[in-house]
Design a protein around this ligand. Structure first.
Ligand SMILES: C[S@@+](CC[C@H](N)C(=O)[O-])C[C@H]1O[C@@H](n2cnc3c(N)ncnc32)[C@H](O)[C@@H]1O
Length: 228
């Protein structure tokens, strides 16, 4: 994507997100981005049209055949598709109806169950029920005002013994960051301990377009339902 286009899109994201936020609407702007793009992924600033490289590398090290996997805020579906190719039974959801429609058009013969759903209002039958959860850049896309709620919602979906993978920007202090995206802090991630999570590994990620930004794939295991 050309730098000029990317800067325009970043500006659009800032303006839209802040306009919606003023009305206490933290998610309504995502669908605007997908629907305005009318099928042109270059108009979706986060769309890479390929699985995240950290997920690809992680998948080289594990066997996920027949595991139940959930992809949160699945965007245009590349991460969901690679999980399905590796043998997982994948459910993928996004709050933006236009992104789910786009996934369904793009991957017509997919085994992935693509759904429109809100992380903050999921069916209670999903609680503690997945073997693997993948979330890439959704926590950071939602403001600090609802971060506790967002992390709690993610934490309660995994089975004990299951694996949670988070791809995110990280910040070094607990101070409020500029955004969107709003990088995630260690204090925010530490909430996961309350739900029985232990960090297993952290792989730093450098995006060639944004080399100065601290990002990582963090792998957690849920050892119990509550703090051990
Ligand atoms: C920055 S994009 C990342 C998309 C994709 N995960 C990726 O890494 O390419 C954040 C995604 O989260 C979705 N999202 C935001 N809030 C959500 C919510 N409450 N429930 C479900 N999806 C949400 C957005 O629609 C958007 O597709």
């Amino acid at each position: 994507m050309q730098e000029e286009n990317l800067n325009k899109l970043r500006q659009k994201v800032q303006t839209l997100a802040l306009r919606h936020q003023k009305k206490d609407d933290y998610t309504g702007w995502f669908d605007v981005i997908y629907s305005d793009a009318v099928g042109n992924s270059e108009q979706v600033p986060w769309a890479k049209m390929q699985p995240h490289p950290c997920l690809e590398n992680w998948l080289e090290t594990v066997d996920i055949t027949n595991k139940t996997a959930l992809v949160i805020g699945c965007g245009l579906g590349d991460d969901s598709e690679i999980l399905a190719e590796k043998g997982a039974k994948v459910t993928a959801f996004d709050i933006a109806p236009s992104s789910i429609e786009w996934c369904q058009k793009r991957f017509k013969n997919s085994s992935v169950n693509y759904l429109v759903a809100d992380l903050l209002n999921l069916d209670s039958s999903w609680k503690n029920s997945f073997d693997l959860i993948f979330e890439s850049r959704t926590i950071q896309a939602l403001p600090l005002k609802i971060r506790k709620e967002v992390i709690t919602a993610i934490a309660t979906l995994l089975k004990p013994g299951g694996t949670l993978l988070i791809v995110t920007r990280l910040r070094e202090t607990e101070d409020d960051p500029d955004g969107p995206p709003w990088a995630v802090s260690e204090g925010e991630l530490s909430q996961l301990c309350n739900y029985g999570y232990q960090e297993i590994a952290r792989t730093p990620y450098i995006d060639a377009n944004n080399p100065s930004i601290q990002q990582a794939l963090i792998e957690y295991q849920r050892t119990s339902l509550t703090r051990g």
